[in-house]
Ligand binder design. Sequence first.
Ligand SMILES: [Zn+2]
Length: 355
Amino acid sequence: MSRLTPLSGHQSNGQREAFKLPDASNALSAEVPKLVQDEPVVNDEPRPAPLALPTSAAGVQISTNSWVSVASWCVTNGLPGCALVLFQGRHLVQTARTALDLTPGFPLAKWRGANCWLAFPLRWDAAGSLLANAMDIEKTLKPLLSMAPLPTPSLSKGVIVVDPGHGGRNVGTQSVVDGKFEKELTLDLAFRLSGLLETRGWTVAMTRTNDTEFGVAERVAMADLRGAAIFLSLHFNSEPTRLQSGIETYCLTPVGMNSHLIRDSSDRPDLAFPNNSFDDDNLRLSMRIHHALVNASGQADRGLRRARYPGVLRLQNRPAVLVEAGYLSNRQESLLISQASYRQRLAEALASALD
Ligand SMILES: [Zn+2]
């Protein structure tokens, strides 16, 4: 596992956007995914073997060359009450359980107002039908539209591993306001969250409770040892321009899909990792967490994204989420994060998403 040095390790060298989009219209409150991340590149893991593309429920391989009429899919997908509804200029896919707000022309769906980036822009066919890529239908729209009301039964309260990112020599990024390192702030947030989760009935295991350095393999091994139901990794973000701010939430990219954020090694959509067994629950859990954080923080919604590089996610044998709870490189947001009351608000949002 590579080590980060203060203020330099989180820069965007070698990163690139997974796709290019036109400028966001006024209808979008989100910026398109940008190139910022801070999780160290990980090399201490076995290389997985390439697998075939995922299959749909009908046993048909999903192709990114395949496009699906959303309205027609609603009729055949088996989700109770599913329909595409036009309402005040919005394109809502509703089910008996929940709804998604689709943004034609952009790779974007909103759940309860919070942004979830798709793999491909939604588009129209010549006949005026709204089309979604088959990969987005199977790996994003369907899991979100079948999201159970809270609490999610499959994620019943048991052991949750809370992972304060970084530690020891791996300091993470650094606040431009008070010079605190990310490792200190993630530990503080983890303690606040752990207390709240325990009062809500979770058994909490933290990957570290002091300024100790652990590798990815050790963090994953702890979750295995404790039989964790959920793994939640806490981070703060940074980027060189110091202009970006807001909340990003990550889960592992499904097989066959391109990641929204790619680091210096190439993104391999053909590879399957252990955590890909939990694609649907990863997404549902990430969406709930992202929605709660955006609402509670009042900061920019930079969207739920898929990434393949965080080793701490891809080796997990349980639903796993990585949170970037704000930019320490942005003066305004860093000032907020420096306040204990704001970090408590973030912790309460995270805990509420797990209720
Ligand atoms: Zn980090």
